[in-house]
Design a protein. Structure first.
Length: 407
């Protein structure tokens, strides 16, 4: 037990070094640093030497809980901690496949709940009617407020075919829904063509900004342009975002060379990075981007870049408002702390974090939109070529707008 405790102390020592390093930069004295860190060491010491059920203590779990609690104490819903066991699964998800419900979530520190950023198109969560902004307050009748964030996330995942009961708070309404888990095969790029007003309109639906997107988007656009489309719809509704470099690639497919895509502002207010479009060889047909309050992060980067550079009009609802940049800092225990280190700025210099992006044309989503459960077959979300739903009111407004632009 003493050896285990010594290992734990090495983690604590590392934490002290990190805290000391960061606080020296802010001018804290050595005495102040010790005052901040001492209670953590004292607590571990008392557990090790005084706690009754010491034989059943898992010190690694204690450290994971302490780090998770420390990050939650920041009050930043977009900073979080992944313990060692979660890192491999996260990599699998970004590569395009994982088991679960098909929702992008974050932690809501104010409500001590898991907040839905977006249900992914066609997945079990989408078909069950989960919406952006829903608060998951219970999982299988256990309060989320009593769980660590990643414990709650892991409880929603599980063997395909098994079910999980979620208690949802939506405004003042409490909803209970049981969802059957599936293997989530993320097909991030879907496309199609529809005839409308004697015009041929191309449609591209992006469900996530993950690693397969650059190649899949190029394939989809080549097919559409080879068929001589007159205009294009890019649908980013309920797209929770993903990788920054993928967002840059997507914006490049639509912007002329030399246009600003996004800038990064650090905590001192300095612009540390500015991403400029490299351009493309595609025809510049009239274009719109569909957005809603489930469009977040990378979706907002692309939407803002196309709107502010005059390349496309935005149609739908205001976006989610996630303009924070996270960086992962690996820890010696194999876990990773993800901290907000900067904010994204739109080409015009706007910080849209917790603000969102307003559409050029606002359209309320109703029955028949991409957020409607039951609209497609259970496995249809695995298709890459799809039909364009002209009965979707947001799509209908987009089609009318594009046809008008072509006159």
């Amino acid at each position: 037990m003493r050896k285990i405790f010594k290992g734990v102390l090495s983690y604590v020592f590392l934490a002290i070094v990190v805290v000391v390093s960061s606080m020296i930069l802010s001018g804290a004295s050595d005495k102040e640093l010790l005052n901040y860190i001492s209670p953590l060491y004292e607590t571990l010491y008392r557990i090790n030497y005084n706690y009754y059920d010491i034989k059943n203590v898992n010190f690694n779990k204690l450290i994971d809980s302490a780090i998770d609690g420390m990050i939650k104490g920041l009050g930043d819903d977009f900073s979080y901690y992944y313990p060692p066991s979660q890192m491999t699964e996260q990599q699998i998800e970004m590569e395009g496949q994982y088991g679960g419900l098909g929702i992008e979530v974050t932690y809501d520190s104010e409500n001590r709940a898991v907040k839905v950023v977006s249900p992914m198109y066609g997945t079990p969560a989408w078909r069950a009617g989960l919406q952006a902004g829903d608060l998951i307050i219970g999982i299988d009748d256990q309060p989320v407020s009593e769980m660590e964030y990643m414990e709650a996330v892991n409880k929603m995942r599980g063997k395909p075919g098994t079910s999980v009961k979620l208690t949802i708070k939506r405004g003042s309404e409490i909803i209970e829904v049981t969802i059957v888990r599936e293997i989530i095969q993320i097909v991030p790029v879907k496309s199609g063509i529809t005839e409308y007003g004697n015009k041929k309109i191309g449609y591209v639906l992006l469900t996530k900004f993950n690693e397969p997107v650059p190649n899949e988007l190029q394939k989809a656009l080549r097919k559409l342009y080879d068929k001589k489309i007159d205009a294009l719809i890019l649908d980013l509704r309920n797209n929770p975002g993903g990788l920054l470099d993928v967002a840059i690639h997507v914006a490049n497919q639509f912007l002329d060379a030399g246009k600003v895509i996004v800038s990064v502002k650090d905590r001192d207010g300095k612009i540390t990075e500015r991403y400029i479009s490299q351009g493309n060889n595609y025809p510049k047909v009239p274009m719109v981007v569909l957005i809603n309050n489930g469009s977040a992060s990378a979706s907002e980067i692309v939407a803002a870049a196309l709107k502010e550079n005059g390349r496309a009009a935005l149609i739908g609802q205001k976006t989610f408002g996630k303009g924070a940049v996270q960086r992962g800092f690996p820890l010696s225990n194999g876990g990773t702390v993800f901290l907000t280190i900067a904010h994204y700025l739109t080409p015009s210099g706007k910080d849209i974090h917790k603000v969102g992006i307003e559409p050029n044309i606002k359209v309320e989503e109703t029955q028949g939109t991409t957020s409607t459960p039951g609209k497609i077959d259970a496995k249809a979300y695995t298709l890459t070529e799809i039909e364009v739903d002209q009965n979707d009111p947001v799509v209908k407004v987009a089609l009318d707008y594009l046809v008008k632009q072509l006159k």
